[in-house]
Design a protein around this ligand. Structure first.
Ligand code: F6R
Length: 250
């Protein structure tokens, strides 16, 4: 596990885009595991810029996303399919047919979970998995629990997650209460992990995840066991780590 310090959101985005861009440049047919949320948006903007400049080519890239809200159609502007299209896919030369997300409109949970696990398996391994982190330490929508779940599952979202994500909706009542998410087992199978983290609201989760015990109560803590995990975090997100373990992150 390596934590790379960034000054602020822009610096984090640039450093993370360099890691992801290098992956695509070195392996043009990379399989990217992708995340939504505020954290990766700046990185995605840079990737779009570098693709438009001709520095990056996504034409042979495939992608699988971490999660999708249960019940939302892809054309709903709150769905993660909509988010990915507008924040990344439409700006790069990826073939949209090679981009995959769980289908939030499939009401048959067992069927959808099996289908999405088969999609992930058919990719032959995720080369790099982008992650954000929840204030409660979640990765994907793997919420604090007594267990780490291996495969795709349908989760009831934590109260804290619903509160945090209500900023994107007109009111908290509109936030879906359930979501499909890739399991921690699938996340851990990715060859490389790239986590992007910014802001003081993530400082406790950062401390607990990377300087605490490995426990499903803090799902991101499992990443301590990953052989190639890079975390790009800004000063604000590192605040509590800096206080408790001065010098631990250069
Ligand atoms: C998004 C996802 C979530 C977010 C996390 C942080 O696909 O799976 O785990 O990465 O909730 O969200 P932001 O970046 O909005 O703070």
């Amino acid at each position: 596990m390596r934590i790379i310090r960034a000054k602020d959101y822009d610096d984090m985005s640039r450093k993370a885009a360099i890691v992801l861009g290098a992956q695509v440049a070195a392996k043009p047919d990379s399989v990217l595991g992708l995340a939504t949320g505020s954290s990766p948006v700046g990185m995605y903007k840079l990737l779009i810029e570098w693709c438009k400049n001709g520095d990056l080519d996504f034409s042979n890239v495939k992608s699988v996303n971490l999660d999708e809200y249960f019940g939302l159609t892809a054309d709903n502007d709150q769905s993660y399919a909509y988010f990915m299209y507008h924040n990344l896919f439409k700006g790069i030369n990826i073939d949209i047919k090679n981009t995959y997300l769980p289908d939030g409109t499939n009401p048959d949970v067992a069927n959808e979970c099996a289908r999405y696990d088969a999609v992930i398996d058919s990719m032959g391994g995720v080369d790099i998995q982008v992650l954000g982190i929840g204030g409660n330490g979640h990765i994907g929508f793997n919420e604090p629990s007594d267990v780490f779940k291996l495969g795709t599952h349908c989760v009831t979202l934590d109260k804290k997650t619903i509160e945090a994500n209500s900023r994107f909706f007109n009111s908290i009542d509109e936030v879906p209460t359930k979501a499909y998410t890739m399991g921690v087992g699938s996340i851990m199978k990715a060859k490389k992990i790239l986590m992007v983290v910014n802001g003081e609201a993530k400082a406790q989760a950062m401390l607990d995840s990377f300087f605490g015990d490995i426990t499903p109560r803090v799902q991101a803590s499992i990443l301590q066991m990953h052989p190639d995990c890079v975390i790009v975090a800004d000063d604000a997100a590192l605040k509590l780590i800096d206080e408790k373990f001065p010098g631990a992150v250069k």
